[in-house]
Design a protein around this ligand. Structure first.
Ligand code: SF4
Ligand code: SF4
Length: 168
């Protein structure tokens, strides 16, 4: 893939790294077949190739991340299945990390989104907290369908739905 970063941009080692990764992509699209988000949603922007275009455009134009780019990058599961099918050895893993760091620096997330993300940061990496949250989730589970109807609370509803126990 042709890139057009300026020399000033390439002086930043993170941009130089992203540039080297982007240049390896030949747009073949083999990666789309093994990307779970593309297979599920069928949207090119939710495929590795689509995300690569979004990242290139954002970084090359030195643009702050917007809601659209953030949505499609957030949807990436970082499963790295795309890397195993890429014939050009594109290091998508590092590229998406650069994109995520750019998003964190330049995009102001909606309040509830930030709150849920901070909550997950405080719970998910800790086994005991995670176990306690899973046990407590059964009390919130009956509210899952209601929360899923409110756009900003959808992720919370989806998490409660996946928690052990039945929805009464
Ligand atoms: S890491 Fe997984 S979800 Fe993300 S683009 Fe690659 S295959 Fe798709
Ligand atoms: S398989 Fe590799 S080279 Fe082909 S579009 Fe995907 S990332 Fe680019």
């Amino acid at each position: 893939m042709q890139t057009n970063f300026t020399l000033a941009q390439l002086a930043d080692p993170n941009i130089a790294d992203a540039d080297a990764i982007l240049r390896n992509c030949v747009h073949c699209g083999f990666c789309t077949a093994t990307c779970p988000t593309y297979v599920t949603l069928g949207n090119e922007l939710d495929s590795p190739r689509g995300r690569i275009y979004l990242i290139k455009d954002m970084l090359e134009n030195d643009r702050p991340a917007d809601a659209k780019v953030t949505k499609h990058i957030d949807r990436c599961l970082s499963c790295l299945s795309c890397m195993s099918t890429c014939p050009s050895g594109v290091h998508y893993m590092h590229l998406v990390d650069h994109a995520r760091s750019h998003i964190e620096r330049t995009y102001r997330r909606p309040f509830l989104n930030t709150l849920i993300r901070n909550l997950l940061t405080l719970i998910l990496p800790y086994r005991n907290r995670f176990a306690a949250a899973t046990r407590l989730a059964k009390f919130g589970k009956p509210f899952a369908p209601m929360l899923e109807k409110i756009n900003s609370l959808k992720p919370l509803g989806a998490m409660l739905r996946l928690a052990p126990g039945k929805i009464s």
